[in-house]
Write a protein that binds this ligand. Structure first.
Ligand code: URA
Length: 342
């Protein structure tokens, strides 16, 4: 084998090993694997040296990012078996301007909800390989093409949702609620299902929980969590797992989620978000393909296709338990940090 072939082979092994370590690290086994690969690499270099061939310096092994950066990347598998648990990530950095935004300012100290039985995880679940690059941010204006391409798809999904009779909720709803906003910022908030106000207006998050979500988005803007990217309801996209209101605001039923989820998945594919914020359990479970409580799923960063994904409490929960607003603010800071880093 020529020195050139040897170099190419070494580069290809290094690349494959790096991807493997990244995936293993997300599942908690990265350190062991990295040590094994480093050992193998050193022995390959020694054998090349013995043949008088000098290999280029080895690429530095993927490191855990600095503690201030939320790091854990989890490959999310939409609508499949539960994902493996991931290591807790470091808390996000403090907001640039200091202090809390209005929506959290007077919240009492947060007490995590009482622990609940751990959900069952399918033993044979295998994380799919993470292959997609992170979608572009709005910094630099590189999302114009995504915005343009998303419009006909979003219009088509809205037309289909408005005419949909698949799960039967159309028999009790007033209006379907397809979604609102734009792909421009690259940020999508995914909620649960329309409530009474949304059902009347055909727009998501316009009731009390919606007012709080709007304040959360404005809080992110006021604190310049993503400097240079405008954050308001028109610039982000806001959408729900279900397009129609369940009677009496009951939880979505499995067959309703199954019938309706293709709409939100198609919207997400068209929006190509850089970051997704799951508001509550139903959005998180759908996009992560796992069962869990919000307290077990939040505080980590996952992947959904080309987007990073974080989970937080639903604004309606914050209205019932105002102390949850602080962890929500932490989660929004994590979202912003992930937006700003590749
Ligand atoms: N709750 C949701 O999950 N979605 C809405 O649109 C309103 C309240």
């Amino acid at each position: 084998m020529s020195a050139d072939d040897l170099r190419k082979e070494a580069a290809s092994i290094a690349h494959a090993a790096k991807r493997l370590i990244e995936r293993e690290r997300a599942r908690g086994g990265g350190e062991l694997l990295a040590a094994g690969v480093a050992k193998a690499r050193e022995s390959a270099r020694a054998s090349a040296r013995a043949k008088g061939i000098v290999l280029p310096p080895a690429p530095s092994a993927p490191q855990r990012e600095p503690v201030a950066q939320p790091t854990t990347l989890e490959v999310a598998a939409p609508v499949v078996a539960p994902a493996a648990p991931v290591a807790p990530a470091a808390p996000p950095a403090a907001p640039p301007a200091g202090g809390m935004p209005d929506f959290v300012a007077n919240s009492p100290a947060f007490k995590p909800p009482a622990p609940q039985p751990e959900p069952k995880v399918a033993p044979d679940f295998v994380l799919p390989p993470f292959t997609e690059d992170l979608n572009p941010s709005a910094l630099g204006g590189s999302r114009d093409a995504i915005v343009a391409a998303s419009l006909p798809v979003l219009a088509d999904v809205a037309a289909q949702a408005n005419a949909c009779e698949k799960c039967g909720l159309c028999r009790t709803h007033t209006k379907a609620v397809p979604g609102v906003g734009s792909a421009r910022s690259g940020i999508v908030f995914v909620g649960e299902a329309p409530g009474a106000d949304e059902d009347l207006r055909g727009e998501p998050f316009v009731g009390r929980a919606g007012e709080l979500l709007t304040k959360m988005i404005e809080g992110m803007h006021q604190r310049a969590l993503i400097p240079g990217v405008k954050l308001d309801r028109d610039e982000v996209y806001i959408v729900n797992v279900l397009k129609c209101r369940p009677p009496d605001n009951r939880n979505p039923l499995p067959h309703e989620i199954e019938a309706c989820s293709p709409y939100v998945l198609r919207q997400l594919e068209a929006l190509q978000p850089r970051v997704i914020c799951c508001l509550g359990k139903f959005a998180a479970e759908l996009l992560l393909g796992m069962k869990g409580t919000i307290s077990s799923m939040r505080g980590k960063t996952y992947r959904w296709k080309g987007a990073k994904l974080v989970v937080t409490y639903h604004p309606a929960y914050c209205l019932r338990s105002p102390s949850a607003k602080r962890p929500v603010w932490d989660d929004l800071q994590r979202l912003a940090q992930e937006y700003l880093t590749d």
